[in-house]
Design a protein around this ligand. Structure first.
Ligand SMILES: O=C(CO)COP(=O)(O)O
Length: 246
């Protein structure tokens, strides 16, 4: 069985004072049996890692190369050196804002794994694709293109985030989540065997304290990638608790 992971993506939110929320979470009672991850902006990784206790810290992107003339970019080694142990890759906001495609995400994932980081590879359909009935085709192609060969259950996490559910308050039905997660799991097992079975599969998109428990009850949902509700310990704490209880 896959380990349970509650992951928070702070996106482009937070300066130093926001680390109080991380400290509140780290100093509270974190339940057994759930891994907790916070991915703050890169400027906070080092300070966050110093205060995170049992909470893992991750980046939100990395370059595919290890070093060189790439102004403004960060390598996976740099994230690791700053205290990160995970990195989110291929988030739909990166795909949309920076034109990242599956081949870019795959190369970044390989770089992250080579640096010893756990890659959280994100995939998800747009509203147009959902309405056209092509969701499984789209996410299947993204999974095949973005996840490199030879991954392990320890160095890779896959997050299904329907683009239309991110930051909108709209959530797929539980049946729709189950349909996608079951299909992704079958693809992962077909390609990677035991690693594909044990690799955590997260749902992301408008996860809140009020809907977390029912989402965590869906088959093949091993946790969540949470945006807005990860910014406050008072919101993220109950989501972590709901995952532990699932
Ligand atoms: O994009 C997300 C996490 O990566 C989800 O964001 P929200 O939880 O704010 O919808």
């Amino acid at each position: 069985m896959a380990r349970k992971l509650a992951a928070g993506n702070w996106k482009m939110n937070g300066t130093g004072e926001h680390l109080a929320e991380l400290e509140n979470l780290a100093q509270g009672d974190l339940p057994e049996g759930v891994d907790v991850l916070i991915c703050p902006p890169a400027t906070l990784i080092s300070r966050a890692a110093d205060r995170a206790g049992d909470i893992a810290i991750g980046g939100q992107d990395c370059h595919a190369k290890t070093s060189g003339a790439h102004t403004g970019d960060l390598s996976a080694d740099m994230l690791r050196d700053a205290g990160a142990t995970y990195v989110i890759l291929g988030h739909s906001e990166r795909r949309a804002d920076h034109g990242e495609g599956d081949a870019d995400v795959r190369a970044k994932t390989e770089a992250a794994q080579a640096a010893g980081l756990v890659a959280v590879v994100c995939i998800g359909e747009t509203l147009e694709e959902r309405e056209a009935g092509t969701t499984l085709e789209v996410v299947g192609a993204q999974l095949a293109g973005s996840v490199p060969d030879g991954v392990t259950a320890e160095n890779t996490v896959v997050a299904y985030e329907p683009v239309w559910a991110i930051g909108t308050g709209k959530v797929p039905t539980l049946d729709q989540i189950a349909e996608v997660h079951d299909a992704l799991r079958a693809d992962l097992v077909a390609r990677f065997g035991a690693a594909g079975k044990d690799l955590p599969l997260l749902y992301g998109g408008s996860v809140k304290p009020g809907n977390a428990a029912e989402i965590f009850g869906v088959s093949n949902v091993d946790g969540a990638l949470v945006g807005g509700a990860s910014l406050k310990a008072a919101d993220f704490g109950p989501i972590i608790a709901a995952l532990a209880a699932s």
